[in-house]
Design a protein around this ligand. Structure first.
Ligand code: HEC
Ligand SMILES: [Cu+2]
Length: 351
């Protein structure tokens, strides 16, 4: 039997090597200076030990020494800072061509949905060689999505979508942990990520029973919850037309402008009065406790899908506050000044 002491998990994503290199750098720097200091202490203890025939020479400052021990540590910490920031930025920003998968965490399991509507629990199948973006939310307490082999780790919060992404590089099955203590069975909240060749993944998708794509499931819910009674594309509708909404700036009654992203749409459904669209009355009822987290994801997918279909001009947004395409750059500038490129604070907690 071979003795194995795996110091590191396998490297199974594109970023894994980069994270390890950075980590190794930190370890080496720390080791080097710890040893240097320890050795110098021993050396000085011996060299400057007390002896009767020696008198200490007093030194009153050395500018050169001060500069050296300021500049060198500053240089080293700037390297750590810049390297770390670049890596962090990379890890935090999923590429646009990512495969989008949705995960809902709950005590004590992981539930995933693929765009085609396939669902799985405590396992996540992904293809090799393509960026995968996992949009995550918790339906109860804080969890944490942790795949050591991919070197990704993301806290999963209630009431807010967060993202994790990775490009798998090696077929295999890898551990998925919840790494945030989340109650009695936290330690059992374990899953696996199965990385497959693209053709195997396609086959796997095809073999899954799905009741239609996420967007079409969302459309069904949209009918079921009678969203259509108010959100119709005609001008008599009481609610805004949702076509073309996704990703666009929205002006609110208090004149603030927010971008309609996943978090905004979720909040609009659960706490409709938190942000009221300019030109409309706050008549939308809350769907808190009515639509499940999975349902919210499906409805959002449906709304996104509406935006992708080339729709006729949005007609019932022709209130004085309508936002036209040529206004978008100005509004984005305004947003940047407000430092408010992300709209949704999580809706206020009840209780
Ligand atoms: C009683 C009518 C009514 C119903 C039913 C209704 N809404 Fe609304 N909805 C509105 C109105 C009015 C607004 C604009 C005012 C506001 O923001 O609250 C709105 C706003 C929204 C927004 C933000 C739109 C934007 O342009 O920024 C979304 C998203 C939304 N609704 C989704 C839904 C979904 C999904 C459902 C069904 C689960 C639904 N609504 C049901 C009336 C309704
Ligand atoms: Cu957990």
């Amino acid at each position: 039997m071979q003795f194995q002491l795996p110091l590191f998990p396998e490297q199974a994503s594109k970023v894994a090597g980069q994270v390890d290199a950075f980590y190794l750098f930190l370890v080496l720097i720390t080791t080097f200076f710890s040893l240097l200091i320890a050795v110098l202490i021993l050396f000085f203890i011996v060299k400057y030990r007390q002896s009767p025939d020696r008198k200490a020479v007093q030194i009153h400052g050395s500018t050169l020494l001060e500069i050296v021990w300021t500049v060198i540590p500053l240089g080293i910490s700037m390297v750590i800072f810049i390297w770390g920031a670049v890596l962090y930025y990379h890890i935090e920003n999923p590429p646009n061509n990512s495969l989008e998968i949705y995960g809902v965490a709950k005590q004590w399991m992981w539930k995933f949905q693929h765009p085609g509507g396939q669902r799985e629990i405590n396992s996540l199948h992904v293809p090799i060689g393509r960026p995968v973006k996992v949009t995550l939310i918790s339906q109860d307490v804080i969890h944490d999505f942790f795949v050591p082999a991919f070197r990704v780790k993301q806290d999963v919060l209630p009431n807010r979508y967060v993202y994790s992404w990775f490009t798998p590089t090696k077929p295999g099955t890898y551990h998925l942990f919840c790494s945030q203590y989340c109650g009695t069975n936290h330690s059992a909240m374990i899953g696996e990520v199965v990385v497959m060749q693209p053709e195997d993944y396609a086959e796997w998708l095809a073999s899954g029973k799905a009741e239609g794509s996420l967007a079409s499931q969302g459309e069904k819910l949209f009918q079921e919850f009678s969203c259509t009674t108010c959100h119709r594309p005609d001008s008599g509708a009481r609610g805004p037309n949702l076509q073309g909404l996704y990703g666009r700036p929205v002006r609110l009654t208090d004149n603030r402008v927010v971008v309609a992203d996943d978090n905004y749409i979720r909040e609009s459904i659960l706490s409709p009065n938190a942000k009221v669209v300019a030109g409309f009355q706050p008549i939308m009822p809350t769907f808190q406790g009515v639509v499940s987290e999975e349902g919210l994801i499906q409805i959002t997918e449906y709304i996104k899908h509406m935006s992708q279909q080339e729709s006729e001009p949005i007609n019932n947004r022709s209130t004085p506050t309508e936002i036209r395409d040529n206004e978008v750059p100005t509004i984005q500038q305004e947003l940047q000044q407000q430092g408010n490129t992300r709209p949704a604070n999580p809706p206020e907690k009840k209780k």
